[in-house]
Design a protein around this ligand. Structure first.
Ligand code: NAP
Length: 485
């Protein structure tokens, strides 16, 4: 059924507590990848509107940093309640904008709610330190302080949860925020912001700038009043932002791409491994930073594992994420779908065999691609090295743990590693040997629990962590206070 005009959504900028739309504002379109229908239009911020938003956040900072932590926490607690009320509506728009199944989108709003509640509580634990003084009649304390305006720049694959990781940690610590979401999910961002507005956050503490990454993102990265850049996205853009922000010596937190692997040893429970593999590889249509895109398996169990993985993959229904029973939606846009096609073609040219899938599903639309399994891949093949961000899984055979770990660590990324084994020895060694920020034993590559540090090593990040209290290593800085009495 085609949409009528009245159903279209419109997103405006949110600056200094108001929804802004100037007469000459230009708008860009948000297109549903499942149907190619227009979801709505969204304002593209200009460079001078970036200035306005940063100024509003900078002005609000002087009041917000002196607001008591319980008061700041109360806004987050209120927001958590309001997100509950709009969960289904927000999830629907997320699925329409970026394609993942509605159940996944609903789960993501659940993460936003949990993050708001968690960070509201963490505010009470922004502890400092008392240091024994080296002289008589002196006290020394170290306290955490906010820095000022935080620019949060986020990708489209998790439209709202990644924003909540960044924004709620920034806000509870006393910083103010300017948020630039990915253009594909600008309308989801608008609803997220409406909820925070309704929660009563003081004007200027939170600001939303939709529009081109090249204009808005770059302006934020070079703005002298922005003190922190908190970015999640591709390694390439992360590198550019790091370079741009270095001139003003900003703090920058980077959560970047991955080339995650599931290692399966011959003593593993192969049924459990197969279940973990398909969930990690194909949910969110493989468009997760922690998606498994490599299975590194001991030669003697490869055939049996491959059969089990194919059997489970066949049961995964591909379709419009709003339809019941669909577990794999479309890719986010046609460009991403063509990119996946190119990678699969290259894999075959380099010697890989398509064991399952390997083609676009044009019967469903222009953004659908079959969950695809490629066998006979070698660790130096393009498909085993580069992040694809699609439902493509490469099988790489090895001769045992040592080779498996060497292949696992043999990419530029270091986000997530999983190992399936019944050996305590190899499980414990993998926890030490994997050069990745996340290690899972007898579990797939994708899981993040509240309170647990999240982030990657090597080119998957620059050493900072989100979700847990370690987020405050980014969102605060230390002040040392000497008192002679
Ligand atoms: P992306 O192209 O890097 O974009 C991310 C954000 O940066 C978007 O808001 C984008 O805005 C903006 N941007 C793009 N070019 C920019 C520029 N030149 N200067 C400043 N900002 C710019 O990434 P994506 O395609 O949205 O997301 C996929 C990537 O994110 C994958 O590599 C994935 O692994 C990574 N990711 C990592 C994590 C993690 O926690 N490690 C989590 C999720 C995703 P526009 O949309 O307007 O271009």
């Amino acid at each position: 059924m085609s949409q009528t005009k009245t159903e279209l959504l419109q997103g405006n900028l949110y600056i200094n507590g108001e929804w802004i739309s100037e007469e000459e504002q230009t708008y860009f379109e948000s297109i549903n990848p499942a149907t190619q229908e227009l979801v709505g239009t969204c304002a593209a911020a200009t460079a001078s509107q970036v200035d306005d938003a940063v100024k509003a956040a900078s002005t609000a900072y002087s009041h917000w940093k002196n607001t008591s932590i319980p008061e700041r926490a109360a806004f987050l607690t209120k927001a958590a309640e309001l997100f509950e009320d709009r969960k289904e509506e927000l999830a629907q728009v997320m699925t329409k904008e970026m394609g993942k199944p509605l159940t996944e989108s609903i789960g993501e709003v659940g993460v936003v709610i949990a993050t708001a509640q968690y960070m509201a509580g963490e505010g009470r634990r922004l502890f400092g330190e008392i240091v024994p003084a080296g002289f008589p009649d002196r006290d020394i304390k170290m306290v955490r302080e906010p820095l000022g305006v935080v620019a949060c720049i986020t990708p489209w694959n998790f439209p709202v949860s990644l924003a909540s990781y960044k924004m709620f940690a920034a806000l509870i610590a006393g910083n103010t925020v300017v948020w630039k979401p990915a253009s594909e999910v600008a309308l989801s961002a608008k609803i997220f912001m409406e909820v925070l507005h309704a929660a009563g956050l003081p004007k200027g503490t939170i600001n939303l700038l939709t529009g081109s990454g090249r204009i808005v993102g770059q302006k934020l990265a070079t703005h002298s009043e922005v003190k922190i850049i908190s970015f999640t996205g591709s390694t390439e853009v992360g590198q550019q932002l790091a370079e741009m922000s270095s001139k003003t010596l900003k703090r920058i937190s980077l959560e970047l791409g991955g080339k995650n692997a599931v290692i399966v040893l011959k003593d593993a429970d192969l049924n459990k491994a197969a279940e973990g593999i398909i969930k990690s590889a194909f949910t969110t249509t493989g468009q997760r930073c922690t998606a498994a895109s490599r299975v590194i398996v001991e030669r003697s169990v490869k055939e049996e594992l491959l059969k089990k993985v194919i059997a489970l993959t066949k049961e995964m229904k591909v379709g419009n994420g709003l339809e019941q029973g669909v577990v794999i939606g479309p890719l986010v846009n046609e460009q991403q779908c063509r990119l996946v096609e190119d990678y699969v073609q290259k894999a075959v040219e380099e010697g890989g065999n398509i064991a399952f899938g390997g083609r676009a599903i044009s019967e469903l639309g222009t953004c659908y691609y079959m969950p695809t399994i490629i066998d006979n891949v070698h660790s130096n093949h393009t498909i085993a090295q580069e992040e694809i961000f699609g439902p493509v899984l490469a099988f790489i055979e090895v001769n045992g743990y040592e080779e498996a770990m060497s292949v696992n660590n043999g990419t530029m990324y270091g986000l997530s590693t999983s190992i399936y084994t019944s050996s305590l020895h190899y499980a414990s060694r993998a926890a030490k040997d994997a050069v990745s920020g996340l290690v899972y034993i007898n579990n797939g590559t994708s899981n993040a629990e509240m309170g647990v540090a999240f982030g990657g090593m090597k080119m998957s990040g620059n050493g900072h962590r989100e979700v847990s209290h370690h987020a405050f290593d980014v969102m605060t800085e230390w002040k040392s206070v000497y008192t002679n009495y």
